[in-house]
Ligand binder design. Structure first.
Ligand SMILES: Nc1ncnc2c1ncn2[C@@H]1O[C@H](COP(=O)(O)OP(=O)(O)OP(=O)(O)O)[C@@H](O)[C@H]1O
Ligand SMILES: [Mg+2]
Length: 301
């Protein structure tokens, strides 16, 4: 594991001038903690379910699901990643073939079907996946006339929640019925935001959707955090966007910030998490730190 100091440098943290402890300041303007290695668990489950959600495309939802899942698994957590996007990028990114196999879509359509028949193990110890493929794009049309159509995923996941410590749902970039199902099934939401122009555009609508789900379907849902992704400490623009995100969300912005690097697309092509593809890379270390931060915040056991 990289030292606290070198990790801080990799994400553009700087040492607070004149501070008594010389604690490095993180890119979000707060002291940069390393977060302790999560304690071993005595047993597993029931899972806390977290949706990775942002209707804006390409902000790092899938990349975060893959690498956070792998990070938590490396700390001994049993993790189920749910591909809830018909593009199937999560399945592909974890090296899972989805052509002519059973997928999450089959579980949504047939409530009697056992999810364990569809869950696939990955090359990462402790990390399983419920895969998806393009079939899922038909789900909204099929489910729209179902009774309690918003709670279908919750009922599927309830059957396996006892086997896992955490379930991460990779949402598609939309606020339609599938995403509402994901939010209804979840204890928490993680919002990845790309440090780019218009990062905050549409976030108000996302928060409004979460509030509506809390009001009408799932009173317990919490905002687990806002994760800044694709941060480039060398550009003023990236720093300014992060500043605005912190202004808007305060302490809900996670201290861990994911830097921009081509290692992510490279790892996706290889079909493995970056923690396996380039374990020493600062980006792999950042996702391990994110896993530790979420355990420290109590979002994950
Ligand atoms: N920190 C990063 N640095 C550089 N590239 C990244 C980073 N995170 C993700 N990417 C790349 O950006 C693209 C979009 O990322 P990703 O697929 O994770 O976003 P998404 O929010 O899931 O997108 P979609 O909304 O289409 O599902 C991918 O090609 C991915 O490899
Ligand atoms: Mg995605």
């Amino acid at each position: 594991m990289a030292s606290k100091r070198s990790t801080a440098e990799a994400t553009g943290a700087s040492t607070a001038a004149g501070s008594a402890t010389d604690t490095p300041m993180g890119p979000t303007g707060r002291p940069y903690h390393g977060f302790p290695t999560p304690p071993k668990l005595d047993g597993h489950g029931p899972a806390r379910i977290i949706s990775l959600c942002n209707q804006k495309g390409g902000v790092g939802k899938t990349t975060t699901t893959i690498n956070l899942a792998a990070g938590l698994a490396s700390y001994g957590r049993r993790v189920l990643a749910v591909d809830f996007d018909p593009q199937g990028a999560l399945s592909a990114g974890l090296g899972v073939q989805t052509h002519e196999t059973a997928t999450i879509y089959d579980l949504l359509l047939d409530p009697k079907r056992d999810p364990n028949e569809v869950i696939v193990t990955t090359s990462v110890d402790g990390l399983d996946i419920l895969p998806a493929n393009i079939d899922l794009s038909a789900a909204e049309v099929h489910l729209v006339n179902e009774v309690a159509r918003e709670t279908i995923l919750a009922r599927v996941l309830r059957k396996v929640a006892g086997d896992y410590d955490v379930i991460l749902i990779d949402c598609q970039p939309s606020l339609g019925l599938l995403t509402v199902n994901a939010l209804t099934a979840s204890h928490g939401v993680l919002i990845p935001l790309e440090c780019e122009f218009f990062a905050l555009r549409g976030v108000a609508l996302l928060i409004e959707t979460i509030d509506k789900v809390r009001d009408r379907l799932n009173p317990a849902i919490q905002l687990d955090g806002v994760l800044a992704t694709m941060y480039d400490p060398r550009t003023l623009h990236s720093r300014e966007v992060l500043e605005r995100v912190v202004d808007a969300f305060g302490d809900d912005v996670l201290e861990t910030v994911i830097g921009r690097t081509v290692k992510f697309p490279d790892a996706s092509v290889a079909g493995v998490p970056i923690t396996k593809f380039a374990p020493e890379h600062s980006a792999a270390q950042a996702y391990l730190r994110l896993a530790r931060e979420l355990v420290a915040r109590g979002a994950v056991a």
